[in-house]
Design a binder for this molecule. Structure first.
Ligand SMILES: NC(=O)c1ccc[n+]([C@@H]2O[C@H](COP(=O)([O-])OP(=O)(O)OC[C@H]3O[C@@H](n4cnc5c(N)ncnc54)[C@H](OP(=O)(O)O)[C@@H]3O)[C@@H](O)[C@H]2O)c1
Length: 88
C-alpha cells in the first residue's frame, strides 16, 4: 500500500515509516524542512515538501496515496484539523 505519512521524522512517525518500508509498503512523507527531507529520503520514503498548514500539499498527498497516517504534532498549531480539512 502507498501510505501518506505526516510526522514521519517524529518519535512515533519514524518508527511507523520504518515499519511500513520494512513490510513492503511505500511511503509518501510530508516534510517541512530541508533536514526532514533528508531524514525521510535517507529512510527510503518519497518526500512531499510542505507543512500542516499547506492544504493544497496535504490534498495532493492524500490524493496520491491509498492510506493516510497522520502523526505530525505541532505544539502551536491545530494540525489534525488541517489534515481533516484536506481530506474532506
Ligand atoms: N511520543 C509518545 O510517546 C506518544 C504516545 C502516545 C501518542 N502520541 C501521539 O503521537 C503523535 C506524534 O507524537 P510524537 O511524539 O511522535 O511527536 P514528535 O516526536 O514531536 O514529532 C512531531 C512530528 O510532527 C512534525 N511536525 C510538527 N509540526 C509540523 C508542521 N507544522 N508541519 C509538518 N510537520 C510537522 C515534526 O516534523 P519536523 O521533524 O520537521 O519537526 C515531526 O515529524 C502525537 O499526536 C502524539 O500525541 C505520542
Amino acid at each position: 500500500m502507498h501510505v501518506f505519512v505526516t510526522g514521519g521524522t517524529g518519535t512515533i512517525g519514524s518508527a511507523v515509516v520504518s515499519e511500513l518500508l520494512d513490510n513492503d509498503h511505500t511511503v509518501l512523507a510530508l516534510a517541512r524542512s530541508d533536514r526532514s527531507v533528508q531524514v525521510l529520503a535517507d529512510a527510503g520514503a518519497q518526500v512531499l515538501r510542505g507543512g500542516l498548514s499547506d492544504l493544497d500539499v496535504l490534498r495532493s498527498g492524500v490524493a496520491q496515496s491509498e492510506g493516510v497516517i497522520s502523526l505530525a504534532f505541532d505544539h502551536g498549531d491545530h494540525g489534525a484539523d488541517a489534515l481533516a480539512a484536506a481530506i474532506t
